[in-house]
Design a protein around this ligand. Structure first.
Ligand code: 5GP
Ligand code: ZN
Length: 119
């Protein structure tokens, strides 16, 4: 999609710090990290969100790619602990409408979420 910022990142039209790439997905550092390690994993094709995954085959293929990416990122960062989050829809906090998974590591995110809920 021509106006989509993550499509532009996937096509190399907008610079980003790419840490992992296959022909199907690309992973790059989040511009505003919420943890020491905060990487976004996205499919290269434009899908708005998780609801755009129409078929079982599409879901299975993408999740395989995403989990291969998480394994590669664990190896890269020397960890096996991480949160993998995909905000689906505006009310769930999605702000970029190209499907993406936040790979967050180096912090106990559940404590941060609990603290935010109390604030
Ligand atoms: P969402 O709120 O949609 O779940 O997450 C979107 C994420 O994309 C945010 O964490 C935000 O910091 C990140 N982001 C937005 N624009 C850019 C950009 O141009 N480059 C990079 N690397 N990250 C971005
Ligand atoms: Zn897109």
């Amino acid at each position: 999609m021509s106006s989509c910022i993550f499509c532009k990142i996937a096509q190399g039209e907008i610079p980003s710090e790419v840490v992992y790439e296959t022909d199907k997905v690309i992973a790059f550092k989040d511009l505003h990290p919420v943890a020491p390690i905060h990487v976004l994993i996205i499919p290269k094709v434009h899908l708005a969100d998780l609801n755009d995954l129409a078929t079982s085959a599409q879901r299975a293929e993408l999740m395989e790619e995403i989990l291969q990416a998480t394994q590669a990122l664990c190896k890269l960062y020397g960890t096996s602990s991480f949160n993998l989050i995909s905000n689906c829809g505006e009310e769930a906090g999605q702000s970029v409408f190209h499907l993406h998974f936040h790979f967050i590591s180096g912090v106990d995110l559940t404590k941060k979420i609990a603290a935010a809920a109390q604030a």
